[in-house]
Design a protein around this ligand. Structure first.
Ligand code: ADP
Length: 624
């Protein structure tokens, strides 16, 4: 956090103010609860103080029984009422804080969901989010630290106001003229005491913050340690699939060694943190405490001497000492919070950077006209594309037209750009150059949700949800059960469906239901195909749809393919050429460009073409 030294007051205020606005939007009630509870809590000790002073003065003076009773009743009743109210607000505050923690976490989630896909897919977005999380895990840097700061700041300000109100008269009540202590009336004494007060209030937090600053010296180690703990925690508890690898390759030795090294750096008495605590960090903080005590001692002496000189009665000694002590406490709190808020600026900046990431994809407003005839024609016109942050073109000058109702296969080796082609078609990314047209109009001009609704896609790395089977297929809570069953049958899941304990209502996976059913990769793929069929969009896109299927299931899908897709325009991606023979047209991708196009027969006949090369290389697997 080198930048910290250069953070100015103006930046601290601006960044904290913006972050406070975030809190207000996320959890407005929390801010009200904090305000009420911190002001009341800070003010509560002054109430009995005020009445006690009056009571003591009365006891030392007139001793009027009526007044004594009234003051006692007031002391007890008002103090109790304020304390009760303060406790209620404190409780309310604590409850609000609990829910706010969830809201705070939720805003990252909400932001991710509302981001353009290309931003979510960008590793830099995840890197930023991961940094924010690491900072929050380590001492709550960033947003989580703010409620506590706000609370301390308001408490500090309340203390200052109350203390000034109660202690101001200390300086205006002179020692009686015939007292040997009359020199206490000299202005230099007043100035000296004010300086001592201010000194205690400022020097102490200064020293304290100097000590605290040692935390950031171990910041990098702590961050690395947290990351490591987080990672091992994740793979040990969250990634069940890893357990077999860990056992087969005795990987636990890595865990042990890595963790031992981190524990030594961070936690044990051998660690740098412990060395700092024993050394300068401890010394600074002890000095901070000593300064407060010493300078407070001087103020106490001044108050007592003035009382001795007859400036005021014994009751006021209690009032002034109480007020003066908490005045320096209040100032110290404010200065400490100020320092902490400044230290928090770089962490808040990361949060704001993340939340401010703008969606850059152009959002058009044209409607795709839900055409009954499904006459949707798509054309790639000289499209080139580079992934953000990458120098290399994943697609280069790709031009092609989809004929309506056609079954198109896209083939090519791994990494030749097939999936990228689909991502552009589904507008998960926009082309770097060239354009994609739907019925002659650039797809960017259509409403995004409407454009997406014309595609049913089974992505290569599709994911199902830990929800009931039927809801997975229908992508909704209420659905047409008969049609879901039909789609599952068409996708080859019919027999397996009969064995599902609660049919369509069987939960998939066990994350949310201990009786959930774990489906295999091949079964999941069939469910994903059924989901695409249920959507019944004019385009159906299957990206390596049979990769996890056994040969029998694969053959079953092909034999039914024409029935399944009906009059839809189908795009079928595969690196297994045998699975594409039934398509009307095949586009061959190589290093990001379309090198050949045609039917299987014409392509295989071109002996020098890429298709023939791939075909004969793979032929050994399917001649039998
Ligand atoms: P295929 O589907 O034919 O296997 P892809 O379309 O997945 O090929 O990949 C084409 C090229 O783009 C490859 O060189 C791959 O490394 C690169 N690529 C794919 N996804 C990304 C990404 N998210 N960021 C950067 N490069 C990528």
């Amino acid at each position: 956090m080198k930048k910290r030294d250069r953070i100015l007051l103006k930046e601290t205020i601006a960044v904290n103010y913006r972050a406070l606005q975030l809190w207000r939007k996320m959890a407005g009630r929390l801010l009200i609860a904090i305000t009420a509870s911190s002001v009341l809590e800070a003010a509560a000790p002054y109430v009995p103080l005020v009445f006690t002073v009056r009571l003591l003065e009365e006891i030392a003076g007139n001793r009027n029984p009526q007044r004594l009773v009234m003051l006692t009743v007031l002391l007890l009743s008002v103090s109790t009422a304020v304390l009760l109210l303060s406790s209620v607000c404190k409780r309310w505050n604590a409850a609000q804080k609990e829910t706010a923690a969830y809201t705070e976490a939720q805003q990252y989630f909400t932001k991710l969901l509302s981001m353009d896909f290309c931003l979510v897919d960008d590793f830099r977005t995840h890197e930023l989010l991961s940094q924010i999380r690491q900072n929050a895990n380590w001492s709550g840097w960033g947003l989580p630290r703010m409620p506590e700061q706000y609370e301390k700041l308001l408490g500090g300000l309340t203390k200052i106001i109350c203390s000034v109100a109660l202690s101001a008269s200390l300086f205006f009540k002179p020692v009686e003229g015939d007292s040997p202590l009359v020199w206490l009336n000299l202005p230099v004494c007043t100035v000296g005491i004010l300086l001592a007060l201010l000194g205690a209030a400022m020097l102490s937090p200064y020293l304290f913050n100097k000590g605290e600053a040692y935390w950031s010296k171990v910041g990098e180690d702590v961050k690395y340690g947290n990351r490591l703990f987080g990672f091992f925690n994740y793979i040990a508890f969250e990634e069940r699939e890893r357990a077999q690898d860990i056992r087969a390759y005795a990987q636990e030795q890595f865990f042990r060694e890595k963790l031992a090294s981190v524990i030594d750096v961070l936690i044990t008495e051998k660690s740098q943190t412990a060395a700092y605590a024993r050394g300068p960090m401890g010394a600074y903080q002890a000095a901070a405490e000593a300064v407060t005590r010493l300078l407070n001692g001087i103020v106490y002496l001044f108050v007592c001497l003035k009382a001795l000189g007859g400036a005021f009665g014994v009751g006021y000694v209690t009032q002034y000492i109480g007020a003066v002590t908490s005045l320096s406490g209040g100032i110290a709190d404010c200065i400490q919070v100020g320092g902490d808020m400044r230290n928090n600026v770089p962490y808040l900046n990361l949060v704001l950077d993340f939340l401010d990431i703008p969606n850059t994809m152009y959002q058009g407003s044209l409607t795709t006209e839900k055409r009954r005839d499904r006459q949707y024609e798509i054309e790639f016109r000289d499209v080139s594309f580079r992934y953000p942050g990458s120098e290399k073109y994943a697609l280069h000058h790709v031009s092609m037209k989809f004929r309506i109702g056609e079954k198109l296969a896209v083939v090519g080796e791994n990494g030749s750009g097939k999936t990228t082609f689909i991502k552009l078609l589904c507008r998960l990314y926009d082309p770097t150059e060239g354009e994609i047209l739907l019925n002659g109009i650039n797809i960017q001009k259509y409403r995004y949700d409407e454009y997406l609704s014309i595609f049913s896609v089974v992505f290569q790395d599709f994911k199902l949800l830990a929800l009931p089977l039927g809801q997975n297929v229908a992508s909704g809570v209420t659905y047409d059960r008969e049609r879901v069953v039909e789609c599952l049958r068409d996708a080859g899941f019919g027999e397996r469906l009969a064995t599902m304990p609660k049919g369509l209502d069987t939960n998939l996976y066990q994350e949310l239901d201990e009786n959930g059913v774990e489906v295999s990769g091949g079964e999941a793929q069939k469910i994903a195909i059924a989901r695409a069929l249920y959507k019944d969009a004019p385009f159906i896109i299957l990206d390596e749809p049979t990769a996890a299927l056994d040969p029998i299931a694969e053959a079953e899908i092909y034999s039914k393919f024409n029935d399944i897709v009906g009059d839809k325009t189908a795009i079928y991606i595969s690196h297994r050429l045998s699975s594409c023979k039934f398509c009307d047209e095949i586009a061959v991708f190589d290093q990001g460009t379309i090198v050949q196009k045609g039917s299987h027969e014409t392509l295989v006949a071109d002996a020098r073409g890429k298709y023939a090369e791939l075909w004969y290389a793979q032929a050994q697997y399917y001649t039998e």
